[in-house]
Design a binder for this molecule. Structure first.
Ligand code: CA
Length: 319
């Protein structure tokens, strides 16, 4: 989704963000766990998948620290309390909210990270992933704690260690079979009219609610899309010279994904939006480099149990 109508305002806001970021350094350590994701020779993309996931290639991944969960509303609230940060949706006065009645996105006045669907709708719970945050907001948050956003290749490196507690990796062409045990938060029902919420949630779910993958990470499929540091461009293309239409990649799929129509939860799936876009189903998690971790970035959690090379090929066919 692109905020073309607000491009001029966005550019002004972006310059403001750049100036403000230097003032955002925090003193308190973040209440978050950083999981060590081992490096290795990792496949990225899938030649059997849609065009922007091709051609598949090998990526020599380095060790990486990645947030165990997406950044929560509670974590973001503490960041705002300490820094006085104002998100882009708050500056613009509106955020993107999906309208079930029209099967379309609309800018809703007053939709912010505090109330992602709008000011007259429920507040976002503290243990849910923060949403209605732009890429610029996400980057400002991670940088304030001495961390950074992961690249999309790093996200896929981690996702290939398993996206569900039993280590399943969602792949192209694989039927999504329902079972009584839901392992990711997606849509159940006739999209966009009716979501039964059979997995317990029609919107976001608490981070970690569906368990941790063998890597130690949670929410690596469904719940919310996650911003990455990467510009959206074809694999194999030359480096992008960004302009005001350039977009950043999101990974992981969301609660709005109906598996009969959408496959955003697949490990190779890519979504993308301009860096100033704020949406009700997009959040983020932070990354850091081992050996160069800021004291405020978070706690170091136990290493993952599997290296990138040992990632399972697909331990399950149902979800
Ligand atoms: Ca759901």
């Amino acid at each position: 989704m692109r905020r073309a109508l607000l491009a001029a305002a966005a550019l002004l806001a972006l310059s403001g963000c750049a100036r403000d970021e230097a003032k955002l350094a925090v003193k308190s350590a973040r209440d978050a766990d950083l999981v060590l994701i081992k490096g290795g020779d990792v496949q990225i993309g899938d030649d059997a998948s849609q065009s922007d996931e091709r051609p598949a290639f090998r990526y020599k991944a380095r060790d990486l620290l990645l947030d165990r969960t997406p950044v929560t509303v509670g974590q973001f609230a503490r960041f705002v309390e300490e820094t006085g940060y104002v998100t882009q949706a708050e500056r613009f006065g509106e955020g993107g909210v999906f309208q079930h009645a029209t099967n379309a996105w609309a800018e809703v006045k007053g939709a912010t990270w505090r109330r992602p669907q709008g000011p007259d709708k429920p507040a976002a719970p503290a243990d849910h992933p923060v949403t209605q945050v732009s890429w610029n907001d996400a980057q400002a948050f991670c940088h304030a704690y001495g961390a950074r956003l992961p690249t999309e290749l790093e996200w896929e490196q981690a996702g290939r260690l398993g996206q569900t507690p039993d280590g399943h990796v969602f792949k192209t062409g694989e039927p999504f079979l329902w079972s009584n045990q839901h392992v990711i938060n997606v849509w159940q029902g006739a999209f966009p009219i009716y979501d039964s919420g059979a997995d317990g949630y029609r919107l976001t779910s608490p981070v970690g609610k569906f368990g941790a993958a063998p890597s130690g990470l949670t929410d690596m499929a469904g719940n919310v899309w996650e911003w990455t540091d990467s510009w959206y461009r074809p694999y194999g293309a030359k480096d992008l010279t960004p302009d005001k239409t350039s977009e950043r990649v999101q990974r992981g799929g969301s609660f709005l994904c109906d598996p009969t129509l959408c496959s955003g939860f697949r490990v190779t799936a890519r979504s993308h939006s301009t860096p100033d876009t704020s949406l009700m189903h997009v959040g983020f998690r932070c990354a850091a480099d081992p050996g160069r971790v800021s004291p405020t970035a978070g706690r170091l959690a136990a290493p993952g149990r599997r290296s990138a090379e040992a990632a399972p090929a697909g331990a399950r066919a149902a979800s």
